[in-house]
Design a protein around this ligand. Structure first.
Ligand code: ATP
Length: 463
């Protein structure tokens, strides 16, 4: 007996906010993302990733590392500390200028970013209560301040890093020396960053603690603008390869007046989230600003020596800087869909499905014995689990009707399902002995596959 087959219908349209509500609730219900410290009422702008969210995030980071570091000869990785000498943040400009203009609403006491006020009939209003009694904008530094060591005074102040990039700049010379790379070359890093955002919002989109995936790609001055274009295109390819539709991505050329003063060109790669078009990643040509600043402030040379021309100079840098959490959210939003599929009795019902690319999906394959009270079916299914587990994340499920087990996996985006049935045991047709049903999540199509071919077949599709 084979598992029942399903059919597919086009997704039903839902409005942005209704869609977002469903996504947030699915994330909680199935263990992708929870509010941090939830049992104590949470803490605004902070999130915990549950079992599936942690897998999804790890798959994204691993794929970024693979593409940006392992598959290239010209990039090496590093893993810097979160706390650094305060002098780093003085030299980089963060201590003085990493600020948002902030306004308080005197009516409801909300603290708001000045650029997020709503304007009605020429007057600025509080987006929370509609009040017009607002303070003048004041600068608010987004870095979290902390103290290192036993004394809490000015001499022990530092900050949780607001970006990972500065660790790369201050180690530029050491990494250049040990890696013996020639320009152009890059240093990549994935790690936590912290910003005391005034208004964390849109689920994990704007958080106070988040992860970044950053590459600093060092080059000669004359290569800067060309490499800016190159990295923008590379990064667009990356998003395509993790399953984000090209037509939902937009490249914004950041206008001169909004760019950091030292940048000669910046692109924002934006995604159409259900709550609007928002930045996923910035690709910026930062010139030689950061290295020059650190060389000046530290008094240590951060120059590159060109053996051919015998010249010494400070390299320029192009930086693709992506947010892990924002990309995870984009992946979930992109994957979320609903269609119609028949239930156990053939009646059509709404199916919730996360259409993750197999390489990104938290669980790659579900394994199901058709009946849980049949020892032979269970033993065979467990054999398959053992066979596949070294290659991928597996979920073994023996409880409930097979159709319901498929639905549970569809909902968390598992691309493949393997069902062990009586044909696997060779009871009906000896030719089918040691074959299983392999079901594909999106098409719901099923085919018979020999157990011995499963690992190769699946590994080819998830890598
Ligand atoms: P925004 O304008 O949305 O505040 P930004 O331009 O300040 O972002 P960058 O400093 O360029 O962001 O940081 C690079 C990337 O880090 C962003 O594209 C984003 O993916 C991620 N990022 C920045 N701030 C946050 C945050 N508060 N929460 C989650 N991710 C963030």
């Amino acid at each position: 007996m084979s598992a029942p087959s399903d059919s597919q219908r086009p997704p039903s349209p839902t409005s942005g906010s209704a869609r977002m509500e469903k996504i947030v609730s699915l994330c909680k219900r199935r263990g992708f993302i929870f509010q941090s410290s939830e049992i104590y009422g949470g803490l605004n702008g902070l999130w915990d990733y549950g079992p599936l969210g942690a897998e999804l995030k790890r798959n994204l980071k691993n794929y970024w590392w693979r593409v940006m570091v392992h598959e290239r000869d010209d990039v090496v990785g590093m893993d810097g500390s979160i706390l650094m000498n305060r002098a780093v943040w003085k030299a980089s400009g963060h201590e003085d200028t990493f600020t948002d203009p902030m306004v308080d609403c005197r009516s409801c006491k909300a603290r708001l970013r000045a650029d997020q006020l709503v304007e009605k009939k020429g007057a600025k209003q509080c987006p929370v209560c509609g009040g017009k009694d607002l303070t003048e904008p004041r600068s608010f530094n987004l870095m979290f301040k902390t103290y290192v060591g036993a004394t809490e005074d000015e001499s022990s102040v530092t900050y949780l890093r607001p970006e990972t990039a500065q660790a790369i700049f201050v180690q530029f010379k050491s990494i250049l020396d040990v890696s013996r790379k020639k320009l152009p070359f890059g240093i990549a890093q994935i790690g936590k960053a912290f910003r005391n955002e005034i208004n964390p919002r849109n689920f994990t989109f704007r958080s106070r603690e988040f992860e970044q995936m950053e590459l600093e790609y060092f080059c000669r001055v004359e290569e800067g603008m060309k490499l800016l274009e190159y990295w923008k295109e590379e990064r667009l390819k990356f998003y395509k390869n993790i399953g984000i539709a090209r037509d939902k991505l937009h490249v914004l050329t950041v206008p001169d007046e909004e760019r950091a003063f030292y940048s000669k060109g910046t692109y924002d790669i934006e995604y159409d989230f259900p709550f609007g078009r928002q930045e996923l990643e910035g690709v910026a040509y930062r010139t030689d600003y950061d290295l020059s600043q650190h060389q000046k402030a530290s008094g240590k040379s951060l120059e590159y020596f060109d053996e051919e021309t015998k010249q010494k100079f400070i390299p320029h840098v192009v930086e693709p800087s992506a947010g892990v959490d924002r990309t995870v959210l984009a992946l979930i939003c992109e994957a979320y869909s609903e269609d119609q599929a028949p239930d156990e009795k053939g009646k059509m019902e709404t199916r919730m499905v996360l259409r993750f690319r197999p390489r990104i999906a938290p669980i790659k394959c579900g394994v199901f014995p058709l009946l849980k009270n049949n020892e032979q079916l269970v033993a065979k299914a467990k054999e398959i689990v053992d066979l596949l587990r070294p290659h991928m994340s597996i979920f073994y499920d023996e409880s409930g009707a097979i159709g319901r087990r498929y639905r549970r996996q569809d909902e968390i985006g598992t691309p493949f399902g393997i069902t062990v049935d009586f044909e696997t045991l060779g009871e009906k047709d000896s030719a089918l002995c040691d074959t299983v049903t392999l079901r594909e999540r999106d098409s719901m199509k099923q085919e018979r596959v020999a157990i011995k071919d499963l690992a190769n077949l699946l590994v080819a599709q998830i890598s």
